[in-house]
Design a binder for this molecule. Sequence first.
Ligand code: BG6
Length: 513
Amino acid sequence: MTAATDTGWANPLRDSRDKRLPRIAGPCSLVIFGVTGDLAKRKLMPAVYDLANRGLLPPSFALVGFARRDWDNQDFGQVVHDAVRDHSRTPFREDVWERLSEGFRFVQGAFDDDAAFDQLATTLADLDEQRGTDGNHAFYLSVPPKAFPTVCEQLQRSGLAQHTGDNWRRVVIEKPFGHDLASAKELNAVVNGVFPEDSVFRIDHYLGKETVQNILALRFANQLFDPLWSSHYVDHVQITMAEDIGLGGRAGYYDGIGAARDVIQNHLLQLLALVAMEEPVSFEPRELQAEKIKVLSATRNILPLELNTARGQYGPGWQGSQSVPGLVDEEGFAADSITETFAAIAVEVDSRRWAGVPFYLRTGKRLGRRVTEIALVFKKAPHLPFDKTMTEELGENALVIRVQPDEGITLRFGSKVPGSSMQVRDVNMDFSYGQAFTESSPEAYERLILDVLLGEPSLFPVNAEVELSWKILDPVLQAWAEQGTPDTYESGMWGPRSAEDMMTRVGRVWRRP
Ligand code: BG6
């Protein structure tokens, strides 16, 4: 019997639905806390519109904003309108907008204001009556984690967290899920004290990206790669998430958090889990999560940490043709901030498939360019029947999953250079989404919001994954805290010297994507 059969989720053997057909959400409302924030404006509200435009929201859908601003429903509608105009992926259509905006409501209040939550309960009950949202409500907490306990308690106090009969209540939380393992546990206890685990949707927006979901297709729909996917052929794996932007304007969130907590704890360890996991029994959520959990449980830092991790903070430099300030000169950061903006770690997955293969994870702000990729770098051929001079330009074979931008996959291998002599050089074979498919990929938040409304949990990390990820990162963060000030690196370059050293020491180099 599979774990999925006792969960209440659809049993794949009995679910005969054609899985190619898009699923449309049922009647419901989505309440966004933190509706004045950047995420709501740039991602959440545009994604709601894009879903409506694609016909994936039901007529009985409502979007409710909750914030302290002195707005009425119309003001809120204008804010959503501006966000949609500036950031939606699909073209603006008046008829779609008209229908969608009839379901907009705004509730004014602070998180500790009982009356505001009672008002929210009344508003949602009215929507159930007038718009037919049927008592199904998703609460999206796009707010700082310190506000989670208050909002959860208020939802409980006002009766909004409890469903009745067949309807559902779900809560969506955004990272950071804690600051370390201990605080993640506390946070989870608060959330689970109000919402059962299967009603909690933790957003890791990388899992909503098409290219990330494609890792499963690449690995499990093909015969070609599987035999190569192990320590027999793979020398090491590099997972890189590089950004060229700085942190101006984000001090409130980022200072004291740093690159490892911001990105490695969630996005990069999730990518590692997808690359390293075994084939799940099915794509049922429980089965998929079980395989990811196995990988994260088997993941260990390579010791000693001083030699196998690196961290840095960007100093001034050039980004393209623009001169940019260092972190400590960005607005809101203290002159003595020790927050790292670059982090690299080396881990191993203790399993039969991966024993002895290092996985290098790195991320940074103000690096050479924006790129996220996963590279499997293969061992060199054990013997080369060529004269040495013929293969001087031959590197290692590599399979590179280009997560973004320029989404696709590259296979790098050696090829004969045309001419009368035998000379072998690296060439690339490319698959590019842009060329292979005509339709553009949905934004990660479109997919994830739709999945929340459908109650489809596959793409959301469960608490065990969050805690295991902190378990991996905690010792690294502790070691760094003891070391004090991070190295600096010049903006526009590829990180601190210590990152290069970490690789050269073991005879490897970071890729320069
Ligand atoms: C977020 C991080 O999770 O991901 C940000 O908090 C980062 O610091 C962002 O900039 C990057 O997302 P994307 O989708 O642009 O790669």
